[in-house]
Design a protein around this ligand. Structure first.
Ligand code: ADP
Ligand code: MG
Length: 175
């Protein structure tokens, strides 16, 4: 008979989930502006959602909120784009991980000329590829509302993983 395992209380990763309804592109951008206020250097934000879900629209709001230079666009022809801060804050590194087959190694090979721990990294389609960049990370899942309701409605789930997000104020985004 095996000895029972003791519960891994100390090691259990903290996880915070906030669910929001976003009714328009403008509201998605505003969510980005609000979320940007919570972001710190070294943060990893992973955006998941089908094409046209609103990942880049949200990133545009993040870029505006962070006060970075350059238009945030879909990084279609580049894997990653660095947007330097205009306000002495962290740069925004916007990654399209859909094109990033090899994960972390490839990310480091990109020669981004920026220190990732000093940056805010936002990855579109990053699941399963970039988790190892940071133990703490914020997953943002964007889903279209199903059924024949308003086309512009999105359900957004923010899942903060790790101590970083436990007291970051994510819940305030819902109010
Ligand atoms: P993704 O990066 O996920 O492929 P984009 O942000 O590039 O998506 O495009 C989203 C498209 O959907 C834009 O044309 C935007 O105007 C539209 N849209 C409609 N409703 C919303 C919404 N609630 N949030 C974000 N985008 C929306
Ligand atoms: Mg996009």
């Amino acid at each position: 008979m095996e000895a029972p395992h003791s519960p891994a209380t100390a090691d259990a990763a903290a996880e915070v989930t906030v669910r929001l309804t976003v009714n328009s592109p403008e509201e998605m951008r505003e969510l980005g502006l609000s979320l940007a206020k919570l972001l710190r250097p070294g943060d990893l934000v992973m955006l998941t959602g089908e094409l046209g879900a609103g990942k880049t629209t949200l990133t545009r709001g993040l870029g505006a909120g962070l006060g970075v230079r350059g238009a945030v666009t879909s990084p279609t022809f580049v894997i990653a784009r660095v947007h330097p801060s205009l306000v002495d804050g962290p740069p925004l590194v916007h990654v399209d991980a859909y094109r990033l087959g090899g994960g972390l190694d490839e990310m480091e090979d990109l020669d981004l000329d920026v220190s990732l721990p000093d940056s805010v990294i936002v990855v579109e389609w990053g699941d399963g590829k970039v988790e190892e960049l940071s133990d703490d990370r914020l997953h943002v899942l964007i889903e279209r509302a199903t059924g024949d309701t308003d086309d512009d409605v999105r359900q957004v789930s923010l899942v903060g993983i790790g101590e970083r997000w436990a007291a970051a104020g994510l819940a305030g985004l819902g109010s």
